[in-house]
Design a protein around this ligand. Sequence first.
Ligand code: SAH
Length: 360
Amino acid sequence: MVTERSPLVALTDRMAREGAVSVEDWMGACLAAYYGKGSAIGAKGDFVTAPECTQMVGELLGLWSAVVWRSMGCPARVLLVELGPGRGTLMTDALRALAPVPPFKAALEVHLVETSPGLRVRQKEALRESGVAVTWHDRVEDLPDGPMILLANEFLDALPIRQFQRAGQGWRERLVAPREGDPPFAFVAGSPLTDRPALLRPAHDAAKDGQVVEVCPAAHETVRWVSTRIVEQGGAALFLDYGTARSAPGDSLQALRRHAFAPVLADPGEADLTAHVDFEALAGTAVDAGARVDGVMRQGPFLQALGLEQRAQTLLASAAARQREDITSAVRRLIDPAEMGTLFKVFGLRHPALALLPGF
Ligand code: SAH
C-alpha cells in the first residue's frame, strides 16, 4: 500500500508517467518517506543499532574523539560532527563521557547532519541536557568551516544504491517497474548500456551473466567531500557500518521491518531499506581525495581496542542484576563474529599529518 507521503506520491506519479525508475531513485524515495516518520530505530521500531544497544559505544567514540583532538594539537575550536544521528543516543553518550575532558568539551561545537524532521525532534530532546550548542544541517556541504572530527554509524548503508546486472560482456541497469498485483512493483532489466557504468570496480567484472553488482554514488560523494574537507582544514572521520572489506559482485539490497527481513519491494516507505557498504571502493575515493585511510577493520576488534571490555567491567561493578545481563549481552552482541563483530566494519579517514587513529 502506498500511503499519502509526498516522496512516494511523487515517485508513483512519475512511474505512472514514465514507467520504470532506477533502484537508486526508488530507494531514495522510499527512504525519504521511511525516515521522515522518525520511528524507525529502537526496540519499538524496525532495527537496533550499536549505540542503541549500549551506552558504551557512544562513550568510547566520545573518548576516541578526545584522543583525536589531542593528536590534532588541541585546536581551540573544533566541529564534532555526526552524520545521520538517529535518536541522538551516540552523541548524548559521547558528550556525557567527555565530562572528564573539559578543555575538549569547551572547544567543541556539535553539528548534526540529518534530513529526517521526525528524528531531528528526537535528537533535540536527547541532547537537551548535554549543555552543548547543537546545529542541524541537511547536507555535509552546509557544515561551517573549521577542523572537524566526524562520526557516522550506520549512515552509509542508508544511502540509495544503483544496481547493474551483468549481460554478456556488458551491463544493464536494474530498474523498478510498476505492475498489477501485490507487490505493485517488480525488478526489470534496463536496456544494454553502451558505456561502462561510473564507479564500477575491476572486481565487479567477475559477475556471472545476470548477476547484480552495486555502487552507491551518494556514499562516494559523502566520503569525497569529507576527505577533501579534512585534507584542507584538518581533522578525522570514523565510519562504522555493515558491509564488505573488499569490492565483490552481489545483491545486498535488503528490507528490515520490526527486526525481521521483509520483501524489498513490498510496502515502500514502511520498511528500512539498506545495502552493504563497499569499504574498499570508498577507501579508494578517500585516498584519491588526499586523505589517509585507517582500516578497514572489523567492528569487534576495533571496539575491544578502544576498551569495550574494560568499560563493561566498570559498569558491571555497580550494576543491578538485570543491568548486568544487559551489559554482558551487549558486549557479546558487539564482538561476537556471528552477531555484529564481523559483518560490521570500521574505517577512519585522517589528515595526512595526523598519527594513526586510535583503535586501528
Ligand atoms: N546513527 C544512528 C542512526 C542510523 S539510521 C544509529 O546508529 O542509531 C540512519 C540515519 O541517517 C537516520 O538518522 C536517518 O534519518 C539519517 N539519514 C538517512 N539518509 C540521510 C541523508 N541523505 N542525509 C542525512 N541524514 C540521513
